[in-house]
Design a protein around this ligand. Structure first.
Ligand code: IPM
Ligand code: MG
Length: 355
């Protein structure tokens, strides 16, 4: 029997609740597939700060590095908002991505079952939409130096740097093309090449990489237009590859096509170990009330099984179970008429029942 070591880092807020449900599902599916699990839980984010004075303790980082895959809930909360920038919960997330070399973030936005009713957009606009956002995750303006707040000419200025090297662009472009190859062979690269030199280079390199993927049709779009198109006619997109910050913004937009950000899973890959987490945050307003939607985290477990352990049928089984459950049951964020409203725990149990 293969043994897989999973580092579970629930984090803060609803992260604690949604990871519990996802772990239940992971255990069941692993069992069904003859996979033995070794689960280890570690603090991260504000919870870790309260315990140790840092949002990403060494012990947690080492445990992640020694695992076969990492499952993360969410970090952050009002309680920690006034902390110094360097110890904010969000820094843990950025630290993990960077330390684990997770340069590619996959965020699939698809409409599960008849959840189309939960979208704020018209049925005919979103029905059948299925988009994969491939976001660069360890570079760009999130990590570029110089950065900081300094004084110039007697007043404070904020500085951040948008930097991408050719090799950073090339490796994320390759992931974009490879993902597109397994989908409908259509890749849209999103940039702001009309204004920013960094993304002029981005466009040039992506075009160059395209020569190795003749079966994929590539188009380029400026980010402002892409935002508009995503809402106007989302079905024109299949795979989108873009920079760290544009990907952050576009993936929240894409998430809302599907009805709720509570539905969007993600995989961060590129290093030795993959990290899997819901796209949503820690939602302090509903934390601890059994109101959270655990489906994004449950679907993230599916992505773990697919991308870290190559168990594609296991991912498919989870997706099928989620679709079946949505037919009858909904959490508050995706509630619609005629369905039964359930809490986080019951939603997890219902998915288990369908597996
Ligand atoms: C995300 C989040 C993070 C990001 C924050 C919490 C640092 O918004 O994963 O999309 O900006 O990358
Ligand atoms: Mg974001």
């Amino acid at each position: 029997m293969t043994v897989k070591k999973i580092a579970v880092i629930p984090g803060d807020g609803i992260g604690l609740e949604v990871t519990k449900e996802a772990v239940k599902v992971l255990k069941k599916v692993a069992d069904d597939h003859g996979m033995q699990l070794e689960l280890e839980e570690h603090p991260v984010g504000g919870t870790a700060y309260d315990l140790t004075g840092t949002p990403l303790p060494d012990e947690t980082l080492q445990a992640c590095k020694n695992a076969d895959a990492v499952l993360l809930g969410a970090v952050g909360g009002t309680k920690w908002e006034s902390l110094d920038f360097s110890v904010r919960p969000e820094r843990a997330l950025l630290g993990l991505r960077s330390e684990l070399g997770l340069y590619a973030n996959l965020r699939p936005a698809q409409i599960y079952g008849d959840l189309v009713d939960a979208s704020t957009l018209k049925r005919e606009v979103v029905e059948g939409a299925d988009i994969m956002v491939v976001r660069e995750l360890t570079g760009g303006i999130y990590f570029g130096e110089p950065r900081g707040i300094e004084t110039r000419n007697g007043e404070r200025v904020g500085v951040n740097s948008l930097i991408y090297s050719e090799s950073e662009i090339r490796r994320i472009a390759k992931i974009g093309f490879e993902i597109a190859q397994k989908r409908s062979k259509k890749l849209t690269s999103v940039d702001k090449a009309n204004v920013l030199e960094t993304t002029e280079l981005w466009r040039e390199i992506v075009t160059e990489v395209a020569k190795d993927y003749q079966d994929v049709s590539l188009n380029h779009m400026y980010v402002d237009n892409a935002t508009m198109q995503l809402i106007r006619a989302p079905k024109q997109f299949d795979t989108i590859v873009t920079t760290n910050m544009f990907g952050d913004i576009l993936s929240d937009g894409a998430a809302m096509l599907t009805g709720s950000i509570g539905m969007l899973p993600s995989a961060s890959i590129g290093g030795q170990i993959g990290l899997y987490e819901p796209v949503h945050g820690s939602a302090p307003d509903i934390a601890g009330k059994d109101l959270a939607n655990p489906l994004a985290t449950i679907l993230s477990v599916g992505m773990m099984l697919r991308y870290s352990f190559n168990l594609i049928e296991a991912d498919e089984a989870i997706q099928k179970a989620v679709i079946a459950v949505l037919d009858e049951y909904r959490t508050g964020d995706i509630m619609s008429e005629g369905k039964k409203q359930v809490g986080c725990i019951e939603m997890g149990d219902r998915v288990l029942e369908h597996l």
